[in-house]
Design a protein around this ligand. Structure first.
Ligand SMILES: [Zn+2]
Length: 194
């Protein structure tokens, strides 16, 4: 199928350009949610971390968050259940891989290796662990995907391995310090390589 093959080649070229443009200091401009051309084409990640996310303090919220490394880009996907339809929730990588406390304090603050202020992921200064909000749909489930080069699962200062991923009760306003006013944890998981 020559037509399909040449279309795929074009998309690969675009994805490579995006990776090159990303560099070390300026991550590629990526959308708030949704996965773009990159992972539609590069289907073989160099590493993955599949994290089971368990309810905190009987919230009933649980599911799975996966991290997949493609070059310098990590794709974060979340499938969660038990949320309230129509509501938005915060999602962050926290500094410590400890999900034991009901108020989330054992997990520490948002993962912040660069000493940046809390902010909006993909735009301006923000914690590496700041991720776009989750939006619960019809049955209180969420299907989420986000591409970022602010974190890694293959080592280096931005590695999130050994840390935790937390779904919080309220949406992140991506402004208020130090946590975007996103409230206590509803669900938490320890991030380890699969
Ligand atoms: Zn933050």
């Amino acid at each position: 199928m020559p037509v399909l093959r040449s279309a795929a080649a074009l998309v690969v070229a675009a994805a490579s350009a995006a990776l090159l443009a990303g560099g070390c200091s300026s991550p590629p401009a990526l959308g708030e949610s949704g996965v773009g051309v990159l992972t539609d084409v590069l289907t073989d990640p160099t590493a993955t971390a599949v994290v089971r996310v368990a309810p905190v303090a009987g919230s009933g919220v649980e599911g799975r968050v996966t991290f997949a490394q493609f070059g310098s880009v990590v794709v974060v996907r979340a499938q969660l259940f038990g949320l309230t339809p129509g509501r938005a929730y915060g999602l962050h990588v926290h500094e410590r891989g400890d999900c034991r406390s009901a108020d989330g304090t054992a997990a520490g603050g948002h993962f912040n290796p660069a000493g940046a202020p809390h902010g909006r992921p993909g735009r301006g200064a923000h914690h590496a662990g700041d991720l776009p909000n989750l939006h619960a749909e019809g049955e209180g489930a969420v299907n989420y995907a986000y591409e970022t080069s602010a974190i890694s699962i293959t080592g280096g200062p931005t590695s999130v391995i050994g840390r935790s991923i937390i779904v919080s009760r309220d949406a992140d306003d991506h402004r208020t310090q130090p946590d975007g006013n996103s409230g206590p944890p509803l669900a938490c998981g320890f991030i380890r390589l699969s």
